[in-house]
Design a protein around this ligand. Structure first.
Ligand code: SIN
Length: 284
C-alpha cells in the first residue's frame, strides 16, 4: 500500500478532536482516507473543512469508517441515498425536505438500539450566519475526572433506553410511534460506563432523551442520576463547540462522546446538513 505523509492536524481541544488540514476528500484516495480514519481513532472526532462532495463521495467517505447504518425515520433520507439523512428547515412545495431540530439535547445516537452507531458524520451544505453550532463532549475525559470512589459507585450500573420514550417526550420533533416503529425499536439496556473497544479507555455514557431509568433504581432517583451525570459531563472543560462553515465535514465517535445540536433563527436562516451513521457494536 502506498504510504501517505502524516496528515497535518490542529487539535480541536487539548485531548479531544482534530482538524485535518488541507485534505480534499473528494479525490477518494484510499490511503488518505485511511489516514483520516486513523486520526479519528486517535482523537475521538475529526473535522475536515472546505469539502465539496457529491452524495456518492460522502457515502464513499463514510464507507472508509465501516458499514453505513440506515436511519430509523425514512421520510427525510435523501432520494436515492437511504444512508444520508437530511437535517434542514427548508421547505419545498410546502413540505420540509429534512428533519428540523432533530438533535437538540445532549445524547448519543441510536442509544435505543442493541448496537448503537459507532460514529456520526455531519456535512454542512448551508449554514445559518448565527446559531446551529454542534457541541461535542468528551466522555473519556469526563470519566477520568471523576473521583475514584465515584467511578466505583457507578461502575456496573445499567441504563434503560427507549426509542418510544424519546419520541414521545422530547421537546422538539415529538411524534407518536406507528406500530411498525414500535416493533422495530424495542427497549434496550446498556452500561452507564462503557469501554472503548479500540483503546480500552472507559467512557461515561449517560445520554438523555432515550433514558427511562437505571436498572435496580426507582425513579426519579435513576433518571435524576443520569441527568446529573449528563450535566456534569457537559461542562465547558469537556466540550468542543463547533461553529459551522459550508463544506465542513465533522465526524465524532459515539463510543466516547455526547453531542447536541443548538437552535438558530429558523425564520431568518436556512440550515441544510447531511448526516450519516456507521454501524457499531454492542457497548460493554
Ligand atoms: C444530531 O444529533 O444527529 C445532529 C446534531 C446537530 O443537528 O447539530
Amino acid at each position: 500500500m502506498k504510504t501517505v505523509e502524516a496528515l497535518s492536524i490542529r487539535k480541536l481541544k487539548d485531548n479531544y478532536g482534530a482538524e485535518v488540514i488541507g485534505v480534499d476528500i473528494s479525490a477518494g484516495d484510499p490511503d488518505t482516507l485511511q489516514e483520516v480514519v486513523n486520526t479519528f481513532n486517535l482523537h475521538g472526532a475529526v473535522l475536515l473543512r472546505g469539502q465539496s462532495l457529491t452524495p456518492a463521495q460522502l457515502l464513499a467517505f463514510a464507507r472508509g469508517f465501516g458499514e453505513p447504518e440506515g436511519h430509523t425515520i425514512k421520510e427525510h433520507t435523501m432520494p436515492g441515498f437511504p444512508e444520508i439523512y437530511m437535517l434542514s428547515n427548508r421547505e419545498v412545495d410546502g413540505k420540509p425536505i429534512g428533519s428540523h431540530r432533530d438533535g437538540v439535547g445532549w445524547h448519543t445516537d441510536y442509544s435505543y438500539k442493541e448496537q448503537p452507531v459507532m460514529c456520526t458524520m455531519l456535512y454542512a451544505v448551508e449554514v445559518p450566519a448565527e446559531g446551529s453550532d454542534t457541541l461535542l463532549a468528551d466522555m473519556c475525559a469526563a470519566y477520568d475526572a471523576l473521583p475514584e470512589d465515584r467511578r466505583q459507585s457507578l461502575d456496573g450500573l445499567m441504563v434503560h433506553h427507549s426509542y418510544e420514550h424519546l419520541m414521545t417526550t422530547r421537546l422538539y420533533a415529538k411524534r407518536e410511534l406507528s406500530p411498525e416503529l414500535k416493533a422495530e425499536n424495542p427497549d434496550v439496556v446498556h452500561p452507564l460506563i462503557r469501554t472503548h473497544p479500540a483503546n480500552g479507555r472507559k467512557a461515561l455514557w449517560p445520554s438523555s432523551g432515550t433514558v427511562k431509568g437505571v436498572i435496580g433504581m426507582d425513579n426519579p432517583a435513576g433518571i435524576d442520576l443520569v441527568e446529573s451525570l449528563v450535566e456534569y459531563a457537559t461542562q465547558p472543560q469537556f466540550v468542543y463547540r463547533h461553529k459551522w462553515q459550508v463544506g465542513d465535514l465533522l465526524v465524532w465517535d459515539n463510543r466516547c462522546s455526547l453531542h447536541t445540536g443548538t437552535l438558530f433563527d429558523d425564520k431568518k436562516y436556512i440550515r441544510e446538513a447531511y448526516r450519516l451513521w456507521v454501524k457499531g457494536g454492542k457497548p460493554f
